[in-house]
Design a protein around this ligand. Structure first.
Ligand code: NAP
Length: 279
């Protein structure tokens, strides 16, 4: 069987190439797209993610503002910072890096982000719009998964997609996006019984669990398409790559699969938000 490695670096580059011209056009009209990232505390992985996002912005001409807040900060102070960014005309996108320290009400903080600047798709209003199929900015990882499928012209309509994970920023919105594309969607989670039996029926598998090498190749149907959103310590995904590779017709690697496209979608949403200033 011919196998396709779904190369996220190629897809991300394509997205970024398309953005560069749009960024130049915006600049000619006096608008510099700008993403503000907020990092609370000093979690090394979060620091790396925020840095990567900032660098990706700068590389294609998007301004990046990085706000680092001490880990002791209270929810109210964090919300105050978000509200200031909401009011700032020069900021087009706001990203609050997940997770924040446990004493902070992360959901309340996400909800403080103006939906017009919610380029990371974390607000409940944004999720509601995603579910109804008219979201401006769906969460970036779900958007990346759809972008990969579309780039490689993998049919979605009528296919059985099994999403493993139901988090608000990944499993649930990617399930909604696949449903909007007319897939038949099963969303699994930690209370799902007989997960391998369900996966055996899947044409498309999305792994969004947060457990290294959790999904095994022998659980899958031959010829299935596998998108591994997982990113665990040591650059390991949520699927057991070697055994899944054997049965899959197409598969994303980790790293270099969903991750780079997620960042590209964040850039795309920020540019789209900046373009709204021209309307
Ligand atoms: P999360 O909030 O921890 O959610 C994990 C989900 O997996 C939950 O819905 C949980 O079910 C489910 N789950 C846990 N154990 C399970 C089991 N034994 N069987 C079936 N389902 C199980 O994680 P997340 O934020 O969605 O992230 C998931 C993964 O994606 C992580 O590896 C993360 O690093 C990665 N990620 C990658 C990107 C990227 O850009 N590539 C972006 C975001 C996240 P319950 O709901 O029942 O608890």
């Amino acid at each position: 069987m011919k196998k396709v490695i779904l190369d996220g670096k190629i897809v991300a580059q394509e997205v970024k190439n398309n953005l560069m011209e749009r960024i130049e056009l915006l600049k000619e009209k006096g608008i510099v797209p700008c993403l503000a990232t907020i990092l609370v505390g000093d979690n090394p992985s979060s620091e790396t993610y925020v840095k990567m996002k900032g660098t990706a912005c700068e590389k294609i001409g998007i301004k990046s503002i990085r706000i680092q807040l001490p880990k002791e900060i209270e929810t109210e102070e964090l919300i105050k910072t978000i509200k200031e960014l909401n009011m700032d005309e020069d900021v087009h996108g706001i990203l609050l890096q997940h997770p924040v320290p446990s004493h902070i009400d992360e959901r309340l903080a996400f909800e403080a982000i103006d939906i017009k600047k919610d380029v990371d798709g974390v607000t409940s209003a944004g999720y509601g719009q995603t579910a109804l199929g008219f979201s401006t900015y769906p969460s970036c990882t779900p958007a990346a998964i759809l972008e990969i499928l579309k780039y490689y012209q993998i049919p979605i309509e009528g296919k059985h997609a099994v999403v493993v994970g139901r988090s608000p920023i990944l499993g649930k919105p990617v399930s909604a996006l696949l449903l909007n594309e007319n897939a038949t969607v099963t969303t699994c989670h930690s209370k799902t019984i007989n997960l391998p039996d369900i996966l055996k029926l899947a044409d498309i598998v999305v792994a969004a669990i947060g457990k290294p090498e959790f999904i095994k190749g022998e659980w899958l149907k031959g010829g299935s398409v596998i998108l591994d959103a997982g990113y665990n310590k040591g650059n390991i995904g949520d699927i057991e790559y070697d055994s899944c590779y054997t049965v899959a017709s197409a598969i994303t690697p980790v790293p270099g699969g969903v991750g780079p496209v997620t960042i590209a979608m964040l850039l795309k949403h920020t540019v789209e938000s900046a373009e709204k200033h021209l309307l």
